[in-house]
Design a binder for this molecule. Structure first.
Ligand code: ATP
Ligand code: MN
Length: 456
């Protein structure tokens, strides 16, 4: 019985397979029938963007009845010998000895060999993984997910599974999805499933802090939900976030961790997804590979929010939103800083306290907090993080000042009451990062089944 081999493995070491009998399982991309008594079938098995060509002799017993009916989209198993290819563009091909067709594809299969726009593919999310572009995205996501775990585990961070359903009031309820079993019209939340109002999580940070103050260094990696009505190319209603949190770490340590993390993932993409990066470089974002390679070796710049505002004001650029100290940086401002001013990743720190969350550590100037956002070209904000306020009295005063009730934060304050530690962390949006390494402009194209307002 011949070995079943993936196209990826086969094409990595074609010479070692020459003359051997193999079986390849996959899907027909194209079939061309020559008059000379052969059909040529391009087969893709999803292991790589590259196809393998099978040369199928008309002498096969099922040639007329089956092979000639196996068009684009059909699923097949081809057995045969690996031989040097006569044709251009491939080093080896399979000289078929048998071809099993598991399923024919109806002729209306929408992915016939012609160019499809990404917009069109979004309408057929169930079939788009069979395209080159979405196959590449899926493989990059898979490899980088492992890269995330490798990075943190090798540094002694523990993976913590924080809840998806949360009844914590600490999070911004305005942009949360409610989880309820109440019938329409019922408003008594004490009768609801959890005995109070519950939501889908917007962040695992607060729960992560509980574990960071016990295990030292932790990270979460899970789905995150935001009910914000943003119709941008960078926002999803359901996305995946990685949130490390470390005790005994300050803002400088947090910035270093973020930089190392991004570089690790970029190197992982370049080294382990080279076919995919080459594909994106060629078809989607020319220059991508050079850009990624340079990021892997150059140090990230960092500036304070106040310096960023200065740069933007002096830029002479006419922004849609005016730049004023005290208001949040808009996407256009972030893009200007990272694309025009620095032409590379930049970390902006020390934002005004009034535009940031209550838990960020206050600076002595009374105006700013130890926040950091990492901005990258093409995407803008990719990471948001901070050193957390570890002083119980300062935190409680801030909670009151913002009009919240300390009772609602009792458990969070306990972390400061019993053995408080300086600590810090951040959140990286996995899809924003995938946009960054693939060059894809729309976040809907870097997640298998995008959820956005009006679309699930
Ligand atoms: P933005 O200002 O871009 O809306 P944010 O400041 O609300 O983002 P954070 O709460 O800081 O985001 O979340 C941390 C990270 O999660 C962000 O830096 C980003 O990479 C990612 N992220 C946030 N919201 C979304 C979203 N709706 N879709 C995809 N990724 C997101
Ligand atoms: Mn943010």
């Amino acid at each position: 019985m011949a070995d079943i081999v993936s196209v990826r493995t086969l094409l990595r070491e074609p010479d070692s397979y020459l003359g051997r009998s193999v079986v390849v399982n996959g899907f027909v991309r194209t079939r061309r029938d020559s008059k000379g008594g052969f059909s040529f079938m391009e087969i893709n098995d999803g292991s790589t963007v590259k196809n393998i060509q099978a040369v199928i002799p008309a002498a096969l017993p099922n040639y007329n009845e089956q092979v000639l009916k196996a068009g684009t989209g059909a699923s097949v198993s081809v057995s045969g010998v690996v031989v040097a290819s006569q044709g251009k563009g491939q080093s080896v091909e399979i000289s078929a000895e048998s071809l099993i067709i598991h399923g024919f594809a109806d002729p209306d299969f929408p992915l016939q060999k012609k160019h499809h726009t990404l917009e069109f593919l979004r309408q057929i999310t169930h079939l788009r993984p069979r395209t080159n572009v979405m196959g590449c995205v899926a493989r990059v996501r898979s490899r980088l997910a492992l890269g995330v775990h490798n990075f943190f585990q090798s540094r002694g961070f523990h993976y913590v599974h924080t809840p998806i359903i949360t009844a914590s009031d600490c999070e911004g309820a305005g942009q949360m999805f409610r989880v309820t079993t109440l019938k329409p019209g019922e408003v008594d939340f004490s009768q609801d499933f959890f005995g109070k109002m519950a939501h889908l999580t917007v962040s695992g940070q607060l729960e992560g802090e509980c574990y960071a103050t016990a295990l030292g260094q932790i990270y979460t990696f899970g789905p995150t939900f935001r009910a914000e009505n943003s119709h941008t190319s960078r926002h999803l209603s359901e996305f995946w976030m990685i949130e490390p949190e470390a005790s005994f770490m300050d803002l400088a340590g947090n910035m270093k961790l973020a930089e190392d993390f991004i570089k690790h993932l970029v190197v992982c993409a370049l080294d382990e997804c080279s076919d995919e990066v080459n594909y994106f470089d060629e078809k989607i974002a020319p220059g991508l590979k050079a850009r990624l390679s340079s990021i892997a070796i150059s140090a990230f710049k960092s500036i304070t929010y106040t310096e960023a505002v200065d740069i933007l004001k002096k830029s002479g650029e006419s922004f849609a939103y005016p730049v004023e100290w005290g208001s949040d940086l808009q996407s256009e401002h972030e893009r200007y800083l990272t694309e025009k001013t620095f032409n590379g990743p930049v970390i902006v720190t020390d934002y005004p306290r009034n535009i940031k969350a209550f838990y960020m550590r206050q600076n002595d100037d009374g105006k700013t907090v130890r926040a950091m956002d990492v901005l990258v070209p093409g995407v803008g904000e990719i990471i948001g993080g901070s050193q957390r306020e570890e002083r119980a009295d300062v935190l409680e005063a801030r909670i009151r000042e913002m009009g919240f009730r300390p009772e609602d934060y009792a458990w969070y304050l306990d972390l400061r009451k019993y053995g408080t530690v300086p600590h810090a962390g951040f959140g990286l949006g996995f899809e924003r990062f995938i946009q960054y390494v693939t060059g894809l402009e729309n976040i809907r194209d870097v997640i298998p089944f995008p959820r956005t307002p009006g679309n699930a």
